[in-house]
Design a protein around this ligand. Structure first.
Ligand SMILES: Cc1cc2nc3c(=O)[nH]c(=O)nc-3n(C[C@H](O)[C@H](O)[C@H](O)COP(=O)(O)OP(=O)(O)OC[C@H]3O[C@@H](n4cnc5c(N)ncnc54)[C@H](O)[C@@H]3O)c2cc1C
Length: 486
């Protein structure tokens, strides 16, 4: 039986491990940290449960498809609730609530801009067509050739690859609050809306058409489910096992070294950050230079706070976006002139608002996220300064005092991303999906220099986010097993 060793245990590694074990390979996973899950690990303190990274469960069909590939259902492992409302956006002079149906969302759009619901329905209809093409066809291709992007459906939509999502949204909607609402979903792809092709409006269908879901107990339930499935299929996990070297002989991978021990295998997949993965190879076997990595556009890093509140908070939902400052300016401070943002937008997640298991009774679990440029200086003083800034704005916008109810707060930023995940420049979400960094233009799933060495995860194909990471694991396993993806 052929053997595969996998570096890291994020979503893409877990996904690859399941597909390859099912295809008959012997699979072992090596994770440097003490728990599996990568950026999606869990943190529990004093009865408060936090997802350290992802909190938005979008594109439920992709999770369903993953488990269905193994004859399972998500409900075999965790219970999903559709959030109603999906989320709330705080602006300086208003609050927009995104409901759980198109009718409710149209009503809210009409309240802001008369006649906008007609444009919205058309826009979402186009987005749905793109979703079907992207998710069921294009994204399942491994990014080996530009021809993969050429289908009869994409050919007639070629203009959508050269116009930006910003352009498309602004053509139809005038109110800046509606523009921000419709530009928000593509932020998950890691780039500015003005740099993201309008074809990616399929994210708007994911948002308004498919809805926002919550696995009861938190996103870590998915990690637990995937690990359980992998173990059912025979995968072996080694935690506290940092990989120090990928072993190569005469241009062919021979295994890896972790904690000073050599583990031989026929194939290696690295689901760790790509730049770090290549650093585990002798320099002659690396495909990309430091200049290559330096020039790429990364998705943002984040300043995160995990806060336990000793009371229930008012006027909040499960997901809350604070877009009460200048969206453009913050984007410029992330991408164009990297610096700590002057007036940051931020996001707050209160899973305990809908899920009582996430906090002690009468308390609230709060996760605060400020997107920032990767590679910024990260000091305790800066973290404190930004916490004060956002908690003041949070109090003002939600009209309540919360500082007096903080039981504890922990922070996580650039230095932690580097130290905990070997992340390049402390990026949180990998490499942005811009036109020049899409599909075959992204770092490869398959090494061009080492036989039987592969890569997966948010820096390769198809890109950042949990659903793409699941797909990345599937793609890489099908390259190895030579079974086509469907
Ligand atoms: C704060 C934050 C919020 C997010 N929010 C969302 C969201 O709401 N929805 C969404 O869909 N996506 C979200 N994402 C993105 C999503 O979490 C990621 O795209 C996804 O989890 C990445 O998975 P991955 O397989 O690329 O690997 P990672 O999760 O990056 O895992 C890589 C693993 O490799 C390990 N590793 C590194 N070096 C070594 C080594 N030498 N030896 C052994 N192991 C090693 C690391 O410890 C890590 O466990 C968010 C991410 C962050 C950080």
């Amino acid at each position: 039986m052929k053997k595969v060793n996998i570096v890291g245990s994020g979503f893409s590694s877990l996904s690859a491990s399941c597909y390859l074990a099912k295809a008959g390979y012997t699979v072992e996973v090596f994770e440097k940290n003490d728990t599996v899950g990568g950026r999606a690990r869990q943190f529990i303190k004093d009865g408060y449960t936090f997802d350290i990274g992802p909190s938005w469960y979008w594109m439920p069909d992709i999770f369903d498809k993953f488990f269905a590939d193994f004859g399972k259902k998500t409900s075999d492992y965790y219970q999903l609730d559709k959030l109603s409302p999906a989320y709330k956006i705080f602006f300086s002079d208003d609050v927009i609530t995104i409901g759980d149906t198109m009718d409710k969302i149209c009503e809210e759009f009409e309240r802001i801009e008369s006649g906008s619901s007609v444009h919205l329905r058309k826009f979402i209809h186009k987005a749905q067509e793109n979703y079907d093409i992207a998710i069921n066809k294009v994204v399942l291709r491994p990014g080996l050739s530009p021809l993969e992007l050429v289908t009869k459906e994409t050919v007639v939509r070629v203009d959508q690859f050269f116009k930006s999502i910003s352009h498309e949204v602004r053509k139809r909607f005038k109110n800046p609050k509606l523009v921000s609402t419709l530009e928000f979903p593509v932020l998950f792809l890691g780039a500015k809306p003005s740099k993201t092709p309008s074809f990616y409006n399929f994210m708007n269908f994911a948002d308004f058409g498919l809805g926002t879901w919550h696995p009861r107990g938190g996103m870590y339930e998915i990690i637990k489910a995937m690990r359980a499935l992998a173990e059912e299929l025979g995968v072996v996990f080694h935690t506290n096992s940092p990989v120090e070297k990928i072993l190569v002989e005469n241009g062919t991978v021979k295994g890896l070294q972790a904690n000073g021990t050599d583990y031989s295998s026929d194939y290696v997949i690295s689901g760790a950050d790509y730049h770090h993965s290549e650093s585990l190879l002798d320099s002659k076997y690396r495909q990309y230079t430091e200049t290559y990595w330096e020039k790429k556009t990364y998705a943002p890093s984040s300043l995160l706070f995990y806060v336990g509140f000793t009371k229930k908070l008012d006027r909040i939902e499960h997901h809350n976006l604070f877009f009460d400052t200048d969206f453009e300016r913050h984007a410029e401070e992330i991408y164009d002139e990297p610096q700590w943002p002057s007036e940051p937008l931020f996001y707050v997640n209160f899973p305990s608002a809908t899920d009582a298991t996430m906090a002690p009774e009468g308390c609230e679990t709060g996760f605060f996220l400020v997107p920032i440029a990767p590679g910024l200086e990260d000091t305790p003083e800066l973290r404190e300064q930004y916490f004060d800034l956002i908690i003041d704005r949070f109090e003002k916008r939600t009209g309540q005092s919360v500082k007096d109810a903080i039981q504890f707060k922990e922070s996580f930023c650039v230095n932690d991303f580097v130290e905990q995940y070997n992340s390049y420049k402390g990026n949180a979400y990998g490499m942005a999906n811009t036109l020049r960094q899409t599909a075959f233009l992204r770092p490869n799933l398959k090494s061009k220099k080492v036989q039987n060495l592969y890569f997966s995860g948010q820096l390769t194909v198809p890109g950042p986010g949990v659903p793409p990471s699941l797909i990345s694991g599937k793609l890489v396993s099908s390259l190895i097993s030579k079974k086509p993806t469907s």
